[in-house]
Write a protein that binds this ligand. Structure first.
Ligand code: ADP
Ligand code: MG
Length: 223
């Protein structure tokens, strides 16, 4: 369970303070499917980054599975992130010199899983995400949809309880974007908590719970 209490995130630009998150109260329980919508600059990415332990609030608390993770050290946060959270980005964030299979394998290497188990898991992921024929290709040789499938496979290879996606279809045409959302929804059906930031209203409306943001605040939260 994800629980944000009075979370604020302020950025300072010169002598200007930007309140990217303003006293956010938010609870997301395991297995939910949530979309976050709102205009550019409303704080969606900042919210997702805080939830994903990629950024810290300036004030307020973050409880993850009832453990206060707000003030964990970088390395403790990294450990929690590795076990509980997968992250997918608009621009894929794949490593260019690694093949699709190697990109997917990387989290397994970083978490010390042995080579036999790694091979099995990567093969299962390549199969699940329809990437067998692209396994030995580098990101530059893949289409946008294939790149995002590699990114999703990498984000879920350690079986996180929550998958966070920041505009995962932002660089894809509508049809491919819709296919990517279907893949994410399949992971949700298998039990993963799914949180998607999107500009695409039609995709956002597919979520069971829809959060709207504006100026760093949650202005609507409907089921
Ligand atoms: P969204 O994802 O909804 O477009 P963001 O969360 O990226 O919005 O940004 C919210 C606000 O915080 C914006 O005004 C943005 O300019 C500002 N902001 C975000 N990240 C930074 C940063 N690293 N430094 C300064 N300002 C930032
Ligand atoms: Mg954003």
């Amino acid at each position: 369970m994800i629980q944000l209490i009075d979370v604020c995130r302020v950025f300072h630009m010169g002598d200007q303070a930007i309140h990217a998150l303003n006293q956010i109260q938010l609870t997301i329980t395991e297995g939910e499917y949530v979309s976050i919508m709102g205009p550019s600059g409303s704080g969606k990415s900042t919210l997702l980054n805080v939830i994903g332990l990629l950024d810290r609030p300036n004030s307020g608390r973050y409880l993850l599975d009832n453990i206060d993770v707000t003030d964990l050290s970088e390395s403790d946060q990294a450990r929690v992130r590795q076990n509980k959270i997968g992250f997918v980005f608009q621009s894929f964030h794949l490593i260019p010199r690694l093949t699709a299979a190697e990109n997917i394998e990387l989290p397994l290497i970083l978490s010390g899983i042995d080579p036999n188990e790694r091979k099995k898991r990567v093969e299962a992921a390549l199969l699940a995400f329809n990437l067998i024929e692209r396994a030995q290709h580098r990101p530059a040789e893949l289409s946008g949809g294939q790149r995002q499938r590699v990114a999703i496979a990498r984000a879920t290879i350690l079986r996180p309880t929550a998958l966070l996606a920041d505009e995962p279809t932002g660089n894809l045409d509508h049809r491919i974007g819709s296919e990517v959302i279907t893949l994410l929804e399949n992971l949700h059906h298998a039990g993963t908590t799914l949180i998607i930031v999107t500009h695409d209203r039609e995709l956002g409306l597919r979520a069971h719970r829809r959060i709207a943001m504006r100026d760093g605040s949650i202005i609507a939260d409907e089921r």
